[in-house]
Design a protein around this ligand. Structure first.
Ligand SMILES: [Zn+2]
Length: 272
């Protein structure tokens, strides 16, 4: 569920508390959260390392550490990283606790247990399949056109495909397609240049607006301080069950696109 704007928010809001701090311990309440390396190596390599940088690639959060290691975190469906400055018990569904040298703890809370962490030397072993970053300058309408060219898959599915573009998921794909007046089932390769340009602008605006609203808290996304984001209050169609289109007033429809619940307005996003 957390997509680019949510992970960007987590990165920004975690940074002031994490940068320059050293890991003094890690408590794994569910060992399955560690994807790589082994539990023993994960713990022994992490402890003692200082956090020198935080970055994001797609939906991955990346902490650069002093020992040339990178702590890579993916929140997947339901993960949150929560800061704790007191000695309270970790909240329910906490799978890992990272202890920092000033007493701060970071709880990895994840009800559905899809979230994962990696400790690697080379981040591309985890993120090699990711497509371009939509908010970086190298992502242009031409790049988007190239990524969609000749593709028969529905444009909605392509937007959610992390190897096509990094960071967009179900919510922001629906919002961007609505803003661009493009039907989610249109084959990617069928978009004309003007539509690609509209979609490009819609992606930019949708993601930037969501970042300034600190992400969307639909199910279980919380910001590091425990607050919710407010981006979902501005959603036009995403998760718009029983809502009407803000442009034309007709009921928003929900259809499956490659098994993902997809919300759109059949009038404002015509099939042809
Ligand atoms: Zn409409």
């Amino acid at each position: 569920m957390p997509e680019l704007p949510e992970v960007e928010t987590v990165k920004n809001e975690l940074a002031p508390f994490a940068l320059g701090r050293k890991f003094t311990g890690v408590t794994l309440l569910w060992e399955g959260i560690v994807k790589e390396p082994s539990i023993v190596e994960f713990r022994s390599h992490l402890v003692g390392q200082k956090i020198t940088g935080l970055s994001r690639h797609g939906k991955y959060l990346i902490l650069t550490l002093t020992g040339d290691d990178l702590l890579v975190i993916h929140l997947k469906m339901s993960g949150s990283l929560l800061l704790s400055r007191d000695s309270k018990e970790p909240p329910r569904y906490t799978r890992a606790v990272f202890h920092l040298d000033d007493g701060t703890r970071i709880f990895f809370r994840d009800p559905r247990k899809f979230g994962r962490v990696w400790l690697v030397k080379d981040v591309t072993t985890v993120t090699s399949k990711l497509g371009p970053e939509p908010l970086e300058s190298e992502f242009t309408p031409q790049v988007l056109a190239q990524r969609l060219k000749n593709r028969k898959a529905p444009v909605k599915a392509l937007l959610c495909d992390q190897s096509v573009i990094a960071g967009i998921g179900n919510m922001y794909a629906d919002e961007a397609l609505f803003a661009a007046s493009i039907h989610p089932l249109r084959p990617g390769g069928s978009l004309i240049q003007e539509e690609v340009e509209r979609l490009y602008d819609a992606i930019q605006q949708t993601l930037r607006a969501a970042i300034s609203n600190k992400g969307a808290s639909i199910v279980s996304y919380y910001r590091p301080g425990g607050e919710t984001g407010t981006a979902h209050f501005e959603f036009k169609v995403a998760h718009g069950r029983n809502k009407n289109c803000p442009n034309c007033g007709r009921p928003i429809q929900r259809i499956p696109v490659r098994n993902r619940g997809t919300y759109f307005c059949p009038k404002c996003q015509p099939a042809t």
